[in-house]
Structure formats: structure tokens, C-alpha cells
Design a protein around this ligand. Structure first.
Ligand SMILES: [Ca+2]
Length: 443
């Protein structure tokens, strides 16, 4: 799975604000979808039907702020975050956001917020410690882990002898080259990733699960074929999970500084996992710190990994049952809507004017992914425009139209569940490929 985009978030205040925004979006989405179509936002919170798609803290005018902060407090309590210290920052941010909406300075607000919250409070920003040696930075990480309760024995075991990994830094840089204009064709990608071998592998996993597949669906509300398709895409059903030493990779990426806060936090999360008795030899994975069959980051493991086979341990690196239940738990947490498909093939009439339904929004996350989807309309509204779903989809379901390879090529109506797949890995290629593989596995 991908790393959350946290490149520009450096200070504690900014981390708090970002988490608050995200949680409020989730709250609005989870409580508002069914009761009020105007709040029909996904957990990403930027559908056309959202109240203020570019200002998610429209919350103060939409629901009492006290309710929002109460929700955040509950959420943070569950995640070990001290919310009480953050309330004033939340209120200030909310007030600013409200003022920002009033004067319509939508483009300059992010910069203003950065100035107000980030610059005075960036204790470990890359700008401030550009020349820190790896050894000295490792001591900072160790202190951070110590402050969060990691034992001395684990800190020593996980940090002694660590050196920066040049290969990890090179891979990180090569993965973050500026995007090209335009998009590669979708069809060849699908052909490579939804091939006969991967379909057969997925069906084999499904058959081997037996009644456990049904149990996963019952417990988490997520179809087993979706979970298995993620398993297939992440590690080819467990055949390759990566062999980078996670401690070395995460310490290197944190020290390098491009996404310091993210990787420093993941390093400490890794030490917490080790502190539970997981041997370092198990803590290997991708160069960017993802590990196990689901390729969870350490913080995701701590928050969402579960025990699927009943032995009391969440061993996502060796137990298929644990891995699949953990993926299902991730999807439930991300807001998967039980009983709804990720999307269905759509028929578009000849001469359909796609420009008339283009989205007018700029997504705050993964803009290049979401700018390719149309406005959101109900299936009924699409039908009135001549666009029909080729598989069953209820009339009142909201969907966006996606025709990745252009006129005359396959098109899909995507539901909010497609957005959940992009939450696992924010890529249209990945999400569509997972959805189509799941459909094949289920047949
Ligand atoms: Ca287990």
C-alpha cells in the first residue's frame, strides 16, 4: 500500500490539523450520507456534492463545532493521541477556514495556514537540521521512541549498527519524479495485472478459505474477493513481500528528510511492533516500509491488523487468515459500503458530451487520480443522460463516470467503494485493476 501524502506536514500543529480535517470528513461522510444528500461526501471529502469541497472545515457552519471536536477527541483517544492539547488549534483553524470561505481566498489559504501553524512550530523540519549526521538523527529517533514507551532493549536491538541505505534513498527519489502530462493507457495495465495466472491464483485462495471467506464478509462487510484482489496485487498472494530491513529503511527515509515526519513516526511504530516480541527478522518489507502480505505500514499494522485465525496474534507476514482479515478491517475502517459494488461497466451513447459532466473540483489529495472522474450523479440521473449501468446498481446510488482510454473505449460508473480502494493505494490503475480482478475471482 502507498504511504500517506504528508510531504508538507512538518509541525505537530500541522499534523493535528491534517488529522482533524480527515476525521471530520469521515464523520460527515459516515453520519451524513444517508440522511442528507448534501453531505454525500466520501471519506476523502471532495465529491461534487460536498458542502465546501475545498474547505473541509465548513464544519463549523454545518454542524456544531463542539460535536466535531467531541468526535475528534473520541477518535484520538482511541489512537493514543492527546486531543486536549489540540482543541485551541482546531478552533483557530476552523475560524480561519470559515473566514477564508467568506472572503473566497481559496487559493491562498493553504499558504496562510502554513505560515500561521507550521513555520513557528517545526522542531524537526528538514530545513532546520539539514546537516545532522545519521548517527545523531538516530539518537533523536531513539529518544522519540523512548518517550512513547518503547523499551531500552528494543531500541538497542533495532538501532544498533544501523547505517543509511543508499539504495533506499535512490528508490525513493526515483519514485517521486514529477508527473508527466497525460496518462498512460489503462487497457495494457489491466491486461498485465488481471491475467489468467492472477485470476486463477485468486480463485485458489478463495477456495482454500472455505467458510472463512463467508466469515470475513459477515464480520467486516467487505467481499472476500475484494480482499483477495488486494492480496494478489500487493504481494502476488504472498509470494513476494520484500526483503528490506524495515528499521534501516525507515530510519534512512526519516533522516533523508523529504517526508521526515511520516517516516519518523513509522520508525517509532516499527519499534512498538518489535516491543511486542516480533523478531527483527520478520520486520522486512518494501524499501518504503510496507510489510507483510497486505503491505501495511507499521502505524497501520498497529491500528488495524487483527487476528484472523484465532491464535491471539496478528501475523500478517505468515498467516493468510490474519492478513485477509486485516485487509478487510482496513476497508471497513476506510468506509466500505456493504452490499454495494465498487463500480459497474457503463454504456455511453454515441456523441456523449463528457465535458458537460467533468468535475469542477480540485481534489486535495491525489488530484491527478480524481480529476479523471466525472461529477457525481445518481444512477437515475445518469440514465436520464443516456448513460446506463450494465450490471445491477440501485437508482439512488451515487456514481462518477470514468472512461480512462477515451471515447469508444470501456467506461465504468464508480461508486464510493472505488474511492475506498484508492485509499489503499491512490491510483486509478491500481483501483480499477483490483476491482476487475475481484469481479473475475468472484465468477
Ligand atoms: Ca493469528
Amino acid at each position: 500500500m502507498q504511504n500517506p501524502a504528508a510531504d508538507r506536514v512538518q509541525s505537530p500543529a500541522c499534523v493535528i490539523i491534517t488529522r482533524f480535517q480527515k476525521m471530520v470528513q469521515v464523520d460527515l461522510w459516515r453520519t451524513g450520507w444517508d440522511s442528507n444528500p448534501r453531505w454525500a461526501c466520501t471519506h476523502a471529502g471532495f465529491q461534487d456534492r460536498c458542502i465546501q469541497p475545498l474547505c473541509h472545515l465548513s464544519v463549523p457552519s454545518a454542524v456544531p463545532l463542539a460535536r466535531a471536536t467531541s468526535f475528534v477527541t473520541r477518535e484520538w483517544a482511541g489512537r493514543g493521541i492527546n486531543a486536549s492539547n489540540c482543541r485551541s488549534a482546531i478552533y483557530r483553524r476552523a475560524q480561519l477556514c470559515h473566514a477564508w470561505r467568506m472572503i473566497s481566498f481559496k487559493r491562498i489559504f493553504p499558504a496562510l495556514a502554513t505560515l500561521l501553524f507550521c513555520l513557528p512550530l517545526a522542531p524537526l523540519s528538514a530545513q532546520q537540521v539539514p546537516d545532522t549526521s545519521f548517527e545523531a538523527y538516530l539518537q533523536l529517533l531513539a529518544a522519540k521512541a523512548r518517550a512513547e514507551g518503547v523499551s531500552e532493549a528494543t531500541i538497542r536491538q533495532m538501532t544498533s549498527g544501523l547505517t543509511p541505505n543508499e539504495r533506499v534513498m535512490n528508490l525513493d527519489r526515483s519514485e517521486n519524479t514529477p508527473p508527466r502530462s497525460g496518462y498512460p493507457a489503462m487497457a495494457p495495465y489491466i491486461a498485465r495485472h488481471v491475467d489468467s495466472a492472477r485470476i486463477a491464483g485468486g480463485r485458489s485462495v478463495l477456495a482454500s478459505l472455505g467458510t472463512r471467506a463467508w466469515s470475513i464478509e459477515q464480520q467486516y462487510g467487505v467481499p472476500a474477493e475484494i480482499v483477495i484482489a488486494i492480496f494478489g496485487h500487493e504481494t502476488n498472494y504472498g509470494s513476494y513481500v520484500g526483503d528490506f530491513d524495515l528499521a534501516r529503511s525507515l530510519a534512512t527515509l526519516a533522516w533523508e528528510g523529504r517526508r521526515r515526519e511520516l517516516f519518523a513516526g513509522e520508525f517509532v511504530a516499527l519499534l512498538k511492533i518489535a516491543d511486542r516480541g516480533v523478531p527483527r527478522s520478520r520486520l522486512v518489507g518494501s524499501f518504503a516500509g510496507a510489510f507483510g502480505y497486505p503491505q501495511f505500514l507499521p502505524s497501520i499494522y498497529l491500528r488495524l491488523a487483527v487476528d484472523g485465525d484465532g491464535d491471539g496474534r496478528s501475523e500478517i507476514w505468515s498467516s493468510r487468515a490474519d492478513a485477509l482479515a486485516s485487509i478487510a478491517n482496513y476497508f471497513r475502517d476506510a468506509g466500505w459500503r456493504s452490499g454495494q459494488p465498487w463500480g459497474v461497466r457503463a454504456a455511453i451513447p454515441a456523441g456523449f458530451d463528457f465535458s458537460a459532466v467533468e468535475t469542477k473540483l480540485v481534489s486535495p489529495v491525489c488530484p491527478r487520480v480524481h480529476e479523471r472522474h466525472s461529477q457525481w450523479k445518481t444512477v437515475r440521473e445518469w440514465r436520464n443522460l443516456g448513460v446506463t449501468a450494465l450490471s445491477p446498481l440501485a437508482d439512488d446510488v451515487l456514481a462518477s463516470l470514468f472512461q480512462p482510454d477515451g471515447p469508444g473505449r470501456p467506461a465504468w460508473l464508480l461508486t464510493g467503494n472505488y474511492r475506498v480502494i484508492t485509499e489503499y493505494n491512490c491510483s486509478n490503475y491500481y483501483a480499477l485493476s483490483v476491482g476487475l480482478l475481484a469481479d473475475e475471482i468472484a465468477q
